[in-house]
Design a protein around this ligand. Structure first.
Ligand code: T1G
Length: 696
């Protein structure tokens, strides 16, 4: 056998072990020897049963995503052919599952007659997250073992389940206590002794029939699972495929699955989502920080500031299993902060997403103090105090005195100069920015702001800790607003001129939601509070025609029941307000601006194209290491639609030539810097280049 597949024999059972690091993806070079090994076991009279197991940290994690779009993905033996071969066996085949059997990995296991899993194993069909659906029978076999209702929930959500749930659902036949392969061999031998016949999953129809008899639960599950697809095709295709499994024969449903898979896998949305899969992993590779850099040990975390951000950050760490000490200037401030934290956990318990037991465990991880000396043994201290440089100076001056040598000192600033903050200490190499996004216990994105002097092992440490608390970390450089907020500024720079020239707030917001954002910029302003921007502008001596006028009228947004929109009777649903329309018309008249109908395309060109231009400048200045990092920032921090792959992937789809042409048009018309094409962008456009082809 090859290195990828080895076969051993134990008492008439052939044990086929796969070994394709790092996650046993079903690459062609694994499929070929695996197919041969199964055929050999089938034809060997001395073999009475088979076990398929994996070496390394996990059972098969799926098809090899990097093969998609290449001939290797379709080369025989394909995964469906492997599954058909397994299902044709008269001898019992048992999958021995550890780690995560995902996608094609679970499909391979479902093509076996039986499945034995270790207690920590997880199983799932996450293909929907790649913009596709299970393409090797998962949508037809999973309903037969778990029932259509459970299957459609798993396949449309893409979320894995644990071994105990898999056993209870009928996906797994036994949980192994101790040695997994040994348990699988014993299970195979038991089945051989029972004499069979060994029913393949395709022949098990009882749960399909039960849904025929009473489809209500299945229909309700479909409705709930597909309620929010936000313009994505894959979730609907997943539900359609499971419905086919219920309504059609096995082979008809299998053919339909193949048709749906073929359509989706070549589509833009799947290409975009596969791009994001690899981009997220690429973002964890920091230039100048090799795998040889050892992260520092983080056992205890200190958080300074128990406000909205401090409390959210503290929850993120407590949720990730870290003991957290919260420091505030007074007991009253600590009381307020903890009251909010306890309320948040209570809401999660109420929603059923957190057990009382886990809530208690997380709260037990918190301690509180008003004395900096209590942070002396913390390994990582994060400040989330007022966004004012003098306050940061005070905090970091104190930290420099009390924190132990080697402690990492992090600032949660969202746009201030991290190098300046580091200069307030005698240990700038231990200072880093950790920019969380509100609510910090929910939002995935974590911008790791690398100071000039930040040590490589500090970056490796906060990257590791960030992933451990469930964040998606991206390393960015020091500039005003880093990557996300700097591009947000570019996206919003021309919004008020658009309003004054004739675009209504609701039209602009609709263009954004039609594009795939969860909400438009004005709804977002009302949610965050118009007064935040107002205060910020005043501190910088800046003005905004409409924003200031609204704030002068006390219209701060949702918190005051009115802002850009009306929020009647405490509703959170924005309603256009004629008073705002009149205010905009009056302001336009005062400025002699002749209003006109503005197209949706013009709104895109005057908001999203400047955002792409700012990204090109960010790359020129090396504030981001690669275009795909910017995609990860915007998808995880600002709700950029995953079906468009992030701003840079989308810009390539739009065509950089078009973008530069239109930026030139608006620059000539308005003279605004935000429309002046970056040199690197113009060069890419002129040479037919693209961001994705751009060297890393
Ligand atoms: N194909 C190719 N490479 C993969 C891969 C895959 N399926 N899964 C992981 N990798 C690479 C990854 O890019 C990284 O590479 C390294 O392995 C470690 O991954 C027919 C069509 C299994 C839970 O969607 O969820 O089956 O950066 O950093 O955090 O119906 O990887 O080191 O060069 O993520 O321990 C369905 C995807 C595929 C599962 C492990 N399966 N993988 O997490 O490691 S489509 C999936 C994961 C399919 C069939 C369809 C995770 C993991 P590098 P990692 P991890």
């Amino acid at each position: 056998m090859t290195d990828y597949v080895t076969v051993t024999h134990e008492d008439g059972i052939a044990i086929i072990t796969l070994d394709n690091p790092p996650v046993n993806a079903l690459s062609l070079h694994l499929r070929q020897p695996l197919f041969a090994a199964i055929e050999a076991a089938r034809d060997d009279a001395g073999v009475k049963g088979l076990v398929i197991a994996c070496a390394g940290r996990t059972f098969v994690s799926g098809a090899d995503i990097s093969e998609f779009g290449t001939d290797r993905a379709r080369a025989t033996p394909s995964l469906p052919e492997l599954c058909a071969l397994l299902e044709s066996l008269e001898k019992p085949a048992v999958a021995a599952i550890h780690g995560t059997a995902l996608g094609g990995g679970l499909e391979l296991a479902l093509a076996c007659h039986y499945r034995v899993a270790d207690r920590q194993a997880k199983v799932g069909l996450p293909e929907v997250k790649l913009g596709i659906l299970p393409g090797a029978g998962g949508t037809v076999r999973l309903p037969r073992v778990a029932g259509p209702e459970k299957a459609v929930k798993m396949i449309v959500s893409g979320s894995p389940i644990g071994a105990a749930d898999a056993l209870a659902s009928g996906i797994v036949d036994e949980i192994a206590e101790g040695d997994l392969t040994g348990a699988a061999v014993a299970f195979a031998r038991k089945k051989v002794a029972e004499g069979g016949p060994h029913l393949p999953v395709r022949a098990r129809n009882e749960k399909i029939e039960a849904t025929h008899a009473d489809p209500a639960a299945f229909e309700a599950a479909v409705k709930q699972a597909t309620a929010k697809t936000r313009g994505l095709e894959a979730p609907l295709a997943c539900a359609e495929a499971v419905r086919n499994a219920v309504e059609l024969s096995f082979d008809e449903a299998l053919n339909k699955e193949r048709e749906l898979f073929t359509r989706l896998v070549s589509g833009v949305q799947s290409r975009a989502q596969r791009h994001l899969f690899f981009a997220e992993r690429e973002a964890a590779k920091i230039p100048g920080v090799g795998k040889d850099v050892t992260p520092r040990e983080i056992r205890k975390v200190g958080i300074i500031g128990a406000g909205t951000m401090g409390g959210g950050i503290a929850m993120a760490f407590a949720n990730g299993g870290y003991p957290v000490t919260m420091l505030e200037a007074s007991e009253e401030a600590l009381d307020r902060g903890f009251a909010t934290i306890e309320k948040n956990y209570a809401i999660s318990v109420q929603r059923g997403s957190l057990s009382e037991e886990d809530k208690a465990k997380r709260l037990a991880r918190f301690s509180r103090t008003t004395d900096y000396a209590d942070l002396a043994d913390a390994d990582l201290i994060i400040e989330a105090v007022f966004e004012e440089m003098s306050v940061k100076q005070d905090v970091f001056g104190k930290l420099d005195k009390v924190a132990k040598p080697g402690a990492i000192l992090a600032t949660n600033t969202s746009y201030l100069d991290v190098n300046r903050i580091a200069s307030f200490t005698a240990r700038p190499q231990d200072v880093v920015g950790l920019h969380f996004f509100s609510p910090a216990n929910v939002m995935k994105l974590l911008e790791i702001v690398r100071g000039e002097k930040t040590a490589p092992d500090v970056l490796a440490t906060v990257l590791t800790v960030g992933k451990r608390i469930g964040k998606v970390p991206v390393v960015v450089g020091v500039c005003h607003g880093f990557v996300g907020n700097r591009m947000l500024g570019a996206r919003g720079d021309d919004l008020e001129p658009l309003l004054l020239e004739g675009a209504a707030p609701e039209q602009i917001d609709r263009v954004f939601t039609d594009f795939g954002f969860v909400m438009g910029p004005f709804a977002m302003w009302d949610l965050a509070g118009l007064d935040v921007g107002w205060r910020n502008r005043k501190s910088l001596g800046k003005t905004a025609v409409i924003g200031d006028a609204l704030c002068e009228r006390g219209r701060f947004g949702q918190k005051t029941g009115k802002g850009m929109y009306l929020y009647e009777n405490g509703s959170r649903t924005p309603t256009p307000d004629p008073e705002v329309a009149k205010l905009i018309e009056d302001k336009a008249a005062e400025r002699g601006i002749e209003r006109r109908a503005i197209s949706d395309q013009e709104i895109i060109e005057r908001t999203l194209y400047p955002m792409i231009n700012e990204a090109a400048l960010i790359l020129e200045e090396k504030i981001a290491s690669r275009p795909s990092d910017i995609d990860i920032v915007w998808v995880n921090g600002y709700g950029f639609p995953i079906g468009k792959g992030g701003p840079m992937f989308w810009a390539d789809l739009e065509g950089l030539k078009t973008i530069v042409e239109r930026l030139d048009h608006w620059h000539a018309r308005t003279g605004k810097k935000v429309f002046e094409p970056a040199a690197s962008l113009r060069r890419l456009a002129d040479t037919g280049g693209s961001f994705s082809a751009r060297p890393a």
